[in-house]
Design a protein around this ligand. Structure first.
Ligand SMILES: [Zn+2]
Ligand SMILES: [Zn+2]
Length: 349
């Protein structure tokens, strides 16, 4: 039997790391949730109380701690690497994609992420802390807009409240060099309008605009709809432009039909970045469209579209695709320092 390895991270860090590795390995989110919930239960408890419960074998008397999460916490408290953590490190650590390593190092942040305020699985602060731990300088929080009720889209009132939470998170992280930026993934409405008031959009640092409905409408209508959003001076990033799904538990779905040349020419003209969405089930846009946008002079963003902290690492997949298409790092807006990104995104003045 291999000798036990020492571990000094404590039980909360061990549980968070396990959840992170399961998420980046795309394990079922309900299985991951037990570890995130257990970390949240132990976080506020004094270390002496947790240690006393380990000695007494009473960790599982706490609501939210079951046998598997208790086993992890017990090993960590005893200063030994939990067996489950060691196994997951072996299975899931290391780059997610073979290519794109240089580009991945050049990325300073991520422009597309969701918290449990819309359809993500974790609180805002957990997303921010994890992004900071990954070495990001910034993460844009882009929860959904009101019309996407299936994803619990944010009304004006809820978004207003969320902006206060973002301020509080940033106060807590002051001096770390990391900033949580205010954003939205705003639905592109049928008429090309954006699904949030202009006053609210103006209060944000950056806006990703995406189509989530009527994906099968005719090409002429879809093109006009996308052009309307791209011409809106509030739009900074065109999210997952084709809407396709290439795999996954939601099934597959073909690309929407639209005049890609007209759409990307408008993106270049109006300084809107074309998103390379890193989610493995999206791989959006397809490679031929990434190359078309490249040839038409577009800017790009490489985004995780993460709905859980571990998915923030999905950027590896997008970097591999951008490198394969020969996209220069300086044309990818999230390689830019925060202040340059913010100046670019504030184009509406
Ligand atoms: Zn989306
Ligand atoms: Zn999204």
């Amino acid at each position: 039997m291999a000798p036990e390895q020492t571990y000094d991270g404590g039980p909360v860090a061990a549980l968070r790391r396990i959840a992170f590795l399961m998420e980046r390995g795309r394990e079922d989110t309900r299985r991951v949730q037990a570890f995130r919930a257990a970390a949240a239960v132990l976080l506020p408890l004094p270390a002496e109380e947790v240690a006393a419960r380990v000695d007494a074998g009473t960790l599982t008397e706490l609501a939210g701690i079951g046998p598997s999460t208790a086993a992890v916490a017990e090993s960590a408290v005893r200063g030994v690497v939990p067996e489950r953590l060691a196994r997951l490190e072996r299975e899931h650590d290391g780059p997610l994609a073979a290519g794109g390593r240089e580009l991945r190092k050049a990325l300073r942040g991520d422009l597309h992420s969701h918290s449990d305020w819309s359809d993500g699985g974790s609180p805002i602060e957990e997303m921010a802390f994890t992004a900071m731990e990954l070495g990001h300088d910034y993460l844009v929080l882009t929860d959904h807009s009101p019309r996407l009720t299936v994803a619990n889209g944010l009304s004006v009132a809820r978004l207003t409240k969320q902006l206060g939470v973002v301020d509080a998170v940033n106060e807590h992280l002051a001096g770390t060099g990391f900033t949580l930026l205010k954003g939205i993934e705003v639905d592109i409405l049928d008429d090309g309008g954006l699904d949030q008031t202009d006053e609210m959009l103006a209060r944000l640092d950056l806006r990703v605009a995406s189509v989530h409905s009527k994906l099968r409408q005719d090409a002429a209508g879809m093109t006009q709809r996308m052009l309307g959003a791209i011409r809106n001076p509030r739009t900074n990033v065109l999210g997952h432009c084709t809407g396709r799904m290439v795999m996954g538990n939601r099934g597959t779905r073909p690309s929407s039909e639209f005049d890609a040349r007209a759409v990307f020419e408008a993106c270049a003209e109006h300084d809107v970045a074309v998103e390379i969405n890193s989610r493995p089930e999206r791989r959006d846009p397809p490679s031929t469209l990434i190359e078309l946008a490249r040839d038409l002079g577009c800017l790009f963003s490489i985004d995780s579209d993460s709905h859980a902290p571990g998915q923030l690492d999905f950027l590896d997949y997008g970097c591999e695709r951008a490198e394969a298409a020969g996209i220069d790092a300086d044309r990818i807006v999230n390689t830019w320092p925060r202040d340059r990104l913010l100046a670019w995104a504030a184009k509406a003045g």
